[in-house]
Design a protein around this ligand. Sequence first.
Ligand code: FEO
Length: 392
Amino acid sequence: MNTIEIKKDIHWVGARDWNIRNFHGYEVARGTSYNAYLIMDEKITLVDTVKEPFSNDLIDRVKSLVNLEDIDYLVCNHVEMDHSGAMPEVLKLAKNATVVTNMAASMGLKEHYDVADWKIQTVKSGDTLNIGKRNLTFVQTPMLHWPDSMVTYVAEDKLLLSNDGFGQHIATDKLFAKDNPIDIVYDEAKRYYANILYPFARQAGKALEALSGLEIEMIAPSHGCVWQGEEVTKIISLYDSWAKAEYKNKAVVIYDSMWGSTEKLAKFAVEELEEQGIGTILRDVKVNHISDLISDIIDAKYVLIGSPTLNNQIMPNIAAFLCYMKGLAPHNKIGFAFGSYGWAAGAIKDIEDVFNHLKWEVPVDKYCVKYIPNGNHKEEIKEKIRELVKSN
Ligand code: FEO
């Protein structure tokens, strides 16, 4: 199996998961990879592993470079099983390896695996491990996105092994971002942030602060492509913008519809938003996955959500999206709820309740239409949109 040298004597030895399409609820249309890196120094060091079913991919790649008994250290940056799943198999062969990880991860490993025979050395933020010509510095990034999350910095190579941070769910035989359609790589990085890291904006800000003193010319995450040169500056700046919840003059209108009434209202809202000069995206929740919708809203100022009333409830697809969004907790948005009903209105309040839970601004009261919207309703919802835009 091939390996890829990303820096002199530092090799990608991970695995590509071409066929995965669902990553704990997040739709990953392009598959993913589990990146692990082998540093060939006086002390041979493996940084992270792969998901358990891909253990042999990792082991075969490492074997093509070195005997596993010769590995001195196995750095575990994060316990989640897409990165630690192969550890039991690897450590059966790498009998001389010491696991290097932080205290939270050490406890997490004990709760995942039988670690009785493992040698574990714990480190904390700022600790350095000399492996010969290189020094590895560990920076804990707690809750980005697990309590145990950590990154490893190789000062001599100006290389950040960033684990989940800066990752993208892409399976590609071209490891470097520059060798792939770059807009797709950035878009997948955005989807990754929105679907995995969104709830941890404060921690992301702290992590970026902690990393700001480091000279970084390459970021090698544990999913997707490796960033180099100007891409490093750009992806860090995008993370900074997402963590600060910066937005564009953009609206996303998300709806479901039974007999077309809520859809009509959604389209009237889009018409007015466009007339107000606001770039607008319209999404029917029936045909757009919730993980795409959350990525759409990350840089939007306005989020409009519409639903008919079904059995005194909002539509299940809208409820599922609201539940997903509530967990990911986007902030700094302006919300507006709308919809239609037959004989009992009121369910639309559930949408506004989520806006309020997320502490969004809701400057204009919800708008509901009985049965079929007519020309007057069109003017009324357009007036609501004008008020919404004027309100800030
Ligand atoms: Fe890629 Fe949190 O695991």
